[in-house]
Design a protein around this ligand. Structure first.
Ligand SMILES: O=P(O)(O)OC[C@H]1O[C@H](O)[C@H](O)[C@@H](O)[C@@H]1O
Length: 313
């Protein structure tokens, strides 16, 4: 292929308000957009169809976080600490890591980017720890979206640090009343709407008819979001992230969020791969790794998606 015709698997460009953006592409309507502000994925398309929810009211104005897509919560989750809600990683400008230490990549993984976040002098006053947070985002040839998150303690004062973490994914759904989530039934959870008290989920797959904000504990490595309205199933696979948050603000809370449309709760669902209940603790020199893969299948049949023998995965 002539150089001028070369397919661009990765492109750097400008997004809303001139913020640097990376686009990963695989052809056939398969693409991902990532803002360097927050290392925030704002779009994931397969077959031309958008799979992530973005609020029509988000304004892409730092230091406010972007509402929708995939924000990263680090080193704090929610208000479980003294930092700003969900920590600072989603409000920082990340850099492209042009010289990432090598770690396994499949030869077929041509659409990828390595990002890095390190603290500035001012950041160290807010959270007095040195770290290197490396994030590799890969768009597979079939449209799978894969994240590897690596956080290293680079403190020179000999001190460990601890943190919580979440990939706060906002999935786009056709109609929240037509959606069910499989993989979380019968699990223990902390209910954010009830003082984070401990409960056990009953019954079958999770369905939605009111506000939900739960931290499921020790969850399986695969969770399926089955959208009957759109005949699609989104599968979330994870490693190193034992917990899973499920959030939908529903009508009343949606109205109280300035960057969220009043009716938009009907077309989104957050299912967040996370490490919350037990903080991760790293000594100087130690590194933690957490992975999340997202896949879509355009059919909403059965619960066979979580069967290890299923052809889907
Ligand atoms: O409004 P944000 O700071 O982005 O947080 C949005 C939501 O994130 C998580 O899902 C939390 O469990 C919720 O309690 C919170 O409301």
């Amino acid at each position: 292929m002539a150089e001028s015709e070369e397919f661009l698997f990765m492109e750097k460009c400008k997004g809303v308000n001139g913020i640097d953006k990376i686009v990963l592409r695989q052809g056939r309507g398969i693409s991902v957009e990532i803002y360097l502000y927050g290392a925030h994925v704002t779009s994931w398309k397969n077959d031309g169809e958008e799979l992530l929810f973005m609020s029509s009211k988000t304004n892409f104005k730092p230091p406010k976080p972007i509402r929708g897509g995939i924000p990263i919560c680090f080193p704090q989750f929610s208000d479980m600490g003294n930092l700003d809600k969900h920590g600072f990683a989603r409000n920082k400008f990340w850099s492209i890591d042009d010289d990432p230490p090598s770690f396994p990549a499949m030869p077929s993984h041509k659409a990828f980017v390595d990002l890095i976040l390190k603290p500035s002098g001012e950041d160290l006053r807010i959270w007095p720890h040195s770290y290197e947070f490396r994030l590799r985002i890969i768009l597979g040839p079939g449209g799978d979206l894969m994240f590897t998150s690596r956080i290293k303690n680079t403190n020179t004062d000999g001190k460990p640090f601890s943190f919580k973490f979440a990939f706060h994914t906002y999935f786009s759904v056709s109609d929240i009343s037509e959606v069910r989530v499989e993989g979380l039934e019968t699990l223990d959870y902390l209910d954010n709407l009830k003082n984070r008290d401990h409960y056990t989920e009953q019954g079958d797959s999770i369905m939605f008819e009111s506000e939900i904000d739960k931290i499921y504990l020790d969850t399986p490595s695969k969770i399926a979001i089955i959208d009957h309205g759109q005949k699609k199933t989104l599968v979330l696979k994870k490693e190193g992230l034992p917990d899973a948050v499920v959030w939908n603000p529903w009508e009343k809370k949606a109205k109280s969020l300035v960057d969220f449309g009043d009716d938009e709760y009907k077309t989104m669902l957050c299912v967040e791969a996370a490490a919350i209940e037990k903080s991760i603790v790293l000594k100087p020199g130690e590194e933690w790794q957490g992975k999340m893969d997202l896949m879509v299948n355009f059919s909403s049949y059965s619960s066979g998606y979580l069967d290890p023998k299923s052809a889907v995965l």
